[in-house]
Write a protein that binds this ligand. Structure first.
Ligand code: AMP
Ligand code: MG
Length: 712
C-alpha cells in the first residue's frame, strides 16, 4: 500500500462561492512538496479533482484522495433508500437527485426532505435555513420520530471523538450537507475513470491506481493548531496540508498505511464506511512533522469584542486593547550615554549615593555649629588651607575655628555648617559674620538626593536626558533596555501612488499615510520599518504582511479597514481567522481592525489620513508603548477655554484639530472634513469632546491635548 501522492479534500456545502475559512481546500503532498489550493465552488473543485486523477493516471502515479465527509450512512439507511445494502448505491442515488450549479446553489434541502418522506414518521434528516420551510424536513432534531432503527452516528463516528451526525444538515459544525453535495461528485469521479478509482472500504483497493477514502482532519487537531499559529493559515488550509503530508510521511514508517486500511470491519465494509486513521491516532501523531511552536504573543481571540457589541466606546476599546497586548521580551545592555530614548527593562538601583558625602552648597566659611557662643555677631579664627570640590581638606577643624570652603567641597572633619561668603568679612586670618545661623545651614547631607542601593528608576521608564544625568551621578554606567520596537507601516489601495514626485493620474492619490506613520514611529523612539504600498489585492497584501511579520513587532496598515467592497485588509485578516473589526464610537476614525498576522499584532487604521492620524494617537500610542515595554501611556491633556462654538451630538467621542490662540484659548480648524490634511498640519493638538452631548460656546472649558503630549 504505497501512494506517490496524497490529496486531502476539505469540502464545503456553502450556498455561494466562497474562499478562505470554511470553503473548499485541497491539500497536496507528493514528490514536489506540500501545497494547498482554495477552490471557490464545488464545480471548480470537481473539475480540479478530475484533472488531479487524470494527471496521476497519465504519470502512472498512485493517488490517495481523502475527503472529509461521510462516505456512508448509519446501517439500515442504504437499504431503505435504494433497496440495496450498499453505500455505493446511496452514492448513485444521490448523484441522480442532487442538483448543484456553478454558483454553489444546490437542492440538498429539497432532496433531504424527499428522502425523509420515504421513511415512516418524520426524519431522519433535519435542519433547514431560516425561511426555507420544506414539508418533511424538521427544523429541530428533537422533533423527529418513527423513522426506524437508524442510529444517530456511524460506528466510526462513535470511535472518532467530536464527529457530528450526518442527519444534521446545518448549524455549527454540521456535516450532513457536505456528504449530500460531496458524494455525487465522488460518484462521477469514480464513474469517469472506470476501473481505476476504488472506494475504500467498500471496494478492494490494493491494486487500484486511485483510492478514495474518508478522512477526518480533526484527528490532527493539536498539530493543526500549532501550524495555524506558526504559518498563519486558516484552519482548513492547515488541516489539509498537514494530513496530506502526514499520510505521505507515514508510508516511510514501519507498517506504513496498512494498519489504517485494515481498521474497517463489519457494516463499515458495506454500508457505513470508516474514517481513515480512526483507531490509529497514535501513529498519525507520531508521523506528523513537528511544527515549530511559537508561544502565542496574544490569544487568537484577544481582540474580540463580546457578541452583540456594535459601537464600542473609546474607553472600552482602549481597556480591551490594553488587556490584550504583551510587551517585547528581548533585552540588551547599553552604556548609559547610548541609552537615551530606550526603555528600561529592569529597575535600576543606585550604585552610589548622591551626593556621596556631605558637602557645601555654597562658597563661604565652614565651622562647627555647636561651638558658636551666644546670638552673634561672631568672629572665628581661620585654619590655614581650604576645602574645594575635588580638593578635600585633609585635617580637622577645631571647635570655634572656621575654614574657607567652596561649593561642592566635602565638609572637613569638625565642620557641619557653612555661612555664605557674601555674609562675611575676612582678613584671611579671621572671619566675621552675623547671627543667627541655623544648624547645617548651606550644607548637603550625604545621600540626601538618593541613598546608595535605593531604586533610582523603574523598569518601563523611557530614558530622557535627566535620567541619563541621574544614572551617571549614581555610578550606573550600563543599563538593561528593551530592544527597540520595530513598527512596520503599510499603505494599501489601488489609488495610492507611493512616490510624491512621480506623476499621478487624476484618479490617483499620493501616499500621505506612510511618511506620516513612519515619522510618528521614529519620534516615539521606535524603529520604523517601511513595508511600502500594496494594491487592493489580497495576495499582495498578504505578501506585505508576511514580510512585515518577519521584520516588525507590530504592523500599522492604512486603508481598507472597514467592510466595503474594496476593504481587502479586513477581509484578508478576517479570512486568516484572527480579525476583530471594531466600530469605535469615535470621530474621526471609526473602523479599526485588530488582528494577528503570523502572531504579530496588526493595527488596521482607516485610510483617511486625518482618521489614521487620530487613531494612531489615541490607540496606537498606548498600544505601541505597551508593546515596547514602557507601559500603557496616555496623553496628558489640560483644560483651556474654548475659542469656538459647537453643538455635539451624543454617542461618540470627537477629536477636533486645534491649537491655542494668544489668549491660551483653543481654536479649532474651520472644517471638520476628514479629508482635510491641511487641518492636521495647521493644528498643534486635539480638542477632545466627551462621548455624550455637548454644547460648547466661547469660554467653555474643553480638554486640550497638545501634539507634544502624544510624544510628537
Ligand atoms: P479606505 O479606508 O481604503 O476606504 O480609504 C479611505 C480614504 O482614504 C479614501 O479616500 C482613500 O483614497 C484615502 N486613503 C487611503 N490610503 C491613503 C493614503 N495612504 N494616503 C492618502 N489617502 C489615503
Ligand atoms: Mg482603500
Amino acid at each position: 500500500m504505497r501512494f506517490d501522492r496524497i490529496a486531502i479534500l476539505d469540502w464545503s456545502a456553502a450556498s455561494q462561492p466562497r474562499r478562505g475559512k470554511d470553503s473548499i481546500w485541497l491539500g497536496l503532498a507528493g514528490p514536489d512538496g506540500v501545497s494547498a489550493e482554495n477552490l471557490p465552488t464545488r464545480f471548480a473543485a470537481e473539475a480540479r479533482l478530475r484533472a488531479l486523477v487524470a494527471d496521476a493516471l497519465a504519470r502512472g502515479e498512485r493517488l490517495l484522495l481523502g475527503a472529509d465527509f461521510a462516505f456512508g450512512y448509519p446501517a439500515g439507511f442504504a437499504a431503505q433508500l435504494t433497496g440495496r445494502t450498499e453505500a455505493l448505491a446511496v452514492w448513485e442515488w444521490l448523484a441522480g437527485a442532487i442538483k448543484d450549479d456553478a454558483q454553489n446553489r444546490s437542492n440538498r434541502y429539497e432532496v433531504a426532505a424527499a428522502i425523509n418522506r420515504q421513511f415512516p414518521g418524520l426524519g431522519p434528516f433535519w435542519f433547514h435555513p431560516n425561511g426555507h420551510d420544506l414539508p418533511g424536513l424538521p427544523l429541530k432534531g428533537s422533533t423527529r420520530h418513527g423513522y426506524g432503527p437508524l442510529d444517530e452516528l456511524r460506528a466510526t463516528e462513535r470511535a472518532a471523538r467530536g464527529a457530528q451526525s450526518v442527519w444534521k444538515l446545518g448549524g455549527p459544525g454540521s456535516v450532513g450537507s457536505q456528504a449530500l453535495t460531496g458524494l455525487p461528485v465522488l460518484w462521477r469521479l469514480r464513474a469517469g475513470f472506470a476501473g481505476q478509482v476504488a472506494v475504500w472500504p467498500f471496494e478492494p483497493v490494493e491494486d487500484a491506481p486511485v483510492v478514495l477514502a474518508e478522512v477526518f482532519p480533526s484527528l490532527l487537531a493539536a498539530e493543526v493548531k500549532a501550524a495555524m499559529r506558526a504559518r498563519a493559515m486558516v484552519p482548513d488550509e492547515a488541516q489539509v496540508r498537514l494530513l496530506a503530508e502526514t499520510l505521505l510521511r507515514m508510508q516511510d514508517q514501519d507498517a506504513g498505511l496498512a494498519p489504517l486500511f485494515a481498521a474497517a470491519e463489519g457494516t463499515a465494509l458495506t454500508e457505513e464506511g470508516w474514517i481513515l486513521g480512526v483507531g490509529q491516532e497514535a501513529s498519525l501523531h507520531a508521523s506528523a512533522e513537528p511544527v515549530p511552536l511559537i508561544p502565542p504573543r496574544l490569544r487568537d481571540d484577544c481582540f474580540a469584542m463580546p457578541q452583540g457589541v456594535n459601537w464600542v466606546p473609546v474607553d472600552e476599546a482602549l481597556a480591551r486593547l490594553r488587556e490584550a497586548l504583551v510587551p517585547l521580551a528581548q533585552v540588551e545592555t547599553l552604556p548609559v550615554a547610548a541609552a537615551g530614548g530606550r526603555v528600561l527593562a529592569r529597575d535600576v538601583t543606585a550604585r552610589r549615593a548622591n551626593p556621596p558625602r556631605a558637602n557645601s552648597a555654597v562658597d563661604g566659611y565652614g565651622f562647627a555649629h555647636a561651638a558658636l557662643a551666644g546670638p552673634g555677631p561672631y568672629t572665628l579664627p581661620l585654619v590655614s588651607g581650604r576645602a574645594a570640590a575635588g580638593q578635600p581638606f585633609a585635617g580637622a577643624v577645631p571647635p570655634g575655628s572656621a575654614i574657607r570652603i567652596l561649593t561642592g567641597a566635602i565638609l572637613p572633619k569638625g565642620v557641619d555648617c557653612v555661612v555664605l561668603e557674601e555674609d562675611c568679612d575676612s582678613d584671611f586670618a579671621r572671619v566675621a559674620f552675623d547671627g543667627p545661623v541655623k544648624p547645617r545651614a548651606n550644607t548637603r547631607r550625604a545621600g540626601e538626593d538618593v541613598d546608595a542601593g535605593a531604586q533610582a528608576l523603574p523598569s518601563g521608564r523611557v530614558l530622557g536626558a535627566p535620567d541619563l544625568a541621574l544614572l551617571s551621578a549614581l555610578g550606573v554606567g550600563q543599563v538593561a533596555v528593551f530592544r527597540p520596537l520595530r513598527v512596520g507601516v503599510l499603505s494599501t489601495g489601488d489609488e495610492i501612488v507611493a512616490d510624491p514626485s512621480a506623476p499621478a493620474a487624476p484618479h490617483q492619490i499620493y501616499d500621505a499615510n506612510r511618511p506620516m506613520l513612519l515619522e510618528i514611529a521614529r519620534r516615539w523612539g521606535y524603529q520604523p520599518v517601511d513595508l511600502g504600498h500594496a494594491p487592493d489585492d489580497p495576495a499582495a497584501i498578504a505578501e506585505a504582511l508576511g514580510r512585515g511579520a518577519k521584520q516588525a513587532d507590530v504592523i500599522l496598515t492604512s486603508g481598507g479597514a472597514s467592510a466595503g467592497d474594496e476593504d481587502h485588509v479586513s477581509r484578508l485578516l478576517r479570512d486568516s481567522g484572527t480579525l476583530s473589526s471594531w466600530r469605535i464610537a469615535l470621530k474621526p476614525g471609526r473602523p479599526l481592525a485588530l488582528a494577528l498576522w503570523q502572531g504579530v499584532p496588526v493595527l488596521g487604521l482607516p485610510g483617511n489620513p486625518v482618521a489614521a492620524f487620530v487613531c494612531t494617537l489615541i490607540f496606537g500610542r498606548p498600544a505601541l508603548s505597551a508593546l515596547a515595554g514602557s507601559g500603557w501611556r496616555m496623553a496628558q491633556g489640560f483644560t483651556v477655554p474654548a475659542a469656538f462654538t459647537k453643538t455635539k451630538k451624543p454617542g461618540r467621542r470627537e477629536y477636533l484639530r486645534a491649537r491655542l490662540n494668544d489668549q491660551g484659548a483653543a481654536e479649532v480648524f474651520a472644517s471638520e472634513g476628514s479629508g482635510r490634511i491641511s487641518g492636521l498640519s495647521w493644528a498643534e493638538g486635539l480638542v477632545e469632546l466627551p462621548d455624550g452631548a455637548a454644547q460648547i460656546t466661547p469660554g467653555c472649558p474643553v480638554r486640550y491635548l497638545p501634539y507634544g503630549s502624544f510624544g510628537l
